[in-house]
Design a protein around this ligand. Structure first.
Ligand code: FMN
Length: 281
């Protein structure tokens, strides 16, 4: 609470916000770096800085909450300063062979939101500094009701933030991940094939069903097997039709080489000339 960028604000008798001092902001960066280092020592492959959802870094990035007038407020270079300092401190602590990503709030989804060009500027700057991936989210939670920020997602309103991730993926070369609202494998396929994003990530679907990707993968395999069987049947049918056509052609040739009185007799007896292709071989 003490590190929020708001001007001094009394919340209750026991809780008064104050504008974070530079020492406090420096400590924030050091604390992030120490946490990441502990993760590295514990054997994880990488860490993700939470820059979104109204938490500390997002509250600096957004003009709707950052009222500072020093080098941490105002223009986007200043509002993003704490994020750059946190990233740089982590990188210094963990070295180059460790994955660092950020969950980035492309839009605050409010009237005084960070602008698309500002988001792109910050992400390009992070790319220059060596960040490994950016997961694009949006929206701020300012009232402690964290469940309310993420809309209920149904099949017809999937991936509400894909448009932002897609826009950013055209501007940077590092992997862009789109998060929120993926509910069907078709939507995942569409996002991956129709935009330049590198991956999608899931929250609630994996809480509900941790094995979901494997089930979708299995469904894919079953679909492939099914399609392969259909293809073999169609191929076999085509071979059969060709064989029947050739056989009928051969019979026609034989038939027309007969003397005319025999042709008349055979035609009357077999009556098969008009049903090429469906009689048994
Ligand atoms: C109830 C709820 C609480 C969440 N809390 C957090 C959180 O504390 N930190 C965080 O990074 N994301 C949080 N998220 C967001 C998820 O990490 C993730 O971005 C989001 O749920 C992805 O969308 P999906 O669940 O539709 O896949 C929360 C989401 C929900 C629904």
């Amino acid at each position: 609470m003490t590190n929020l960028p708001y001007a001094k604000k009394k919340v209750s008798e026991n809780c008064i916000y104050h504008e974070a001092t530079k020492d406090e902001l420096h400590k924030v960066a050091v604390d992030f770096a120490n946490s990441a280092l502990r993760c590295k020592e514990a054997g994880v492959d990488g860490v993700q800085i939470h820059g979104a959802h109204g938490y500390l870094i997002n509250s600096f990035l957004s003009p709707s909450t950052n009222y500072r007038t020093d080098e941490y407020g105002g223009k986007i270079e200043n509002r993003a300063r704490i994020l750059f300092e946190v990233y740089d401190a982590i990188r210094r602590a963990v070295g180059d062979d460790f994955i660092i990503g950020v969950k980035f709030p492309f839009s605050d989804l409010n009237e005084n939101s960070i602008k698309p060009e500002e988001s792109i500027f910050v992400c390009k700057e992070l790319e220059k500094r060596g960040i490994n991936f950016i997961e694009v989210s949006s929206g701020m939670v300012m009232d402690n009701s964290s469940a309310s920020f993420t809309p209920v997602v149904r099949n017809d309103n999937q991936a509400p933030f894909l448009k932002y991730a897609s826009q950013l993926a055209c501007q940077v070369a590092i992997p862009i991940i789109s998060v929120c609202g993926y509910r069907t494998p078709d939507m995942v396929e569409k996002a991956l094939s129709e935009t330049k994003i590198s991956a999608v990530s899931f929250g609630r679907p994996l809480v509900r069903e941790p094995n979901l990707p494997n089930r979708w993968k299995k469904t894919d395999v079953l679909q492939c097997v099914f399609l392969a069987i259909v293809a073999v049947i169609l191929w076999g049918t085509k071979l059969l039709l060709v064989k029947l056509r050739n056989k009928a052609k051969y019979r026609d040739e034989q038939f027309s080489s007969l003397p005319s009185e025999m042709q008349a007799g055979n035609k009357a007896r077999t009556g098969r000339k008009s049903v090429v292709g469906i009689f048994p071989v």
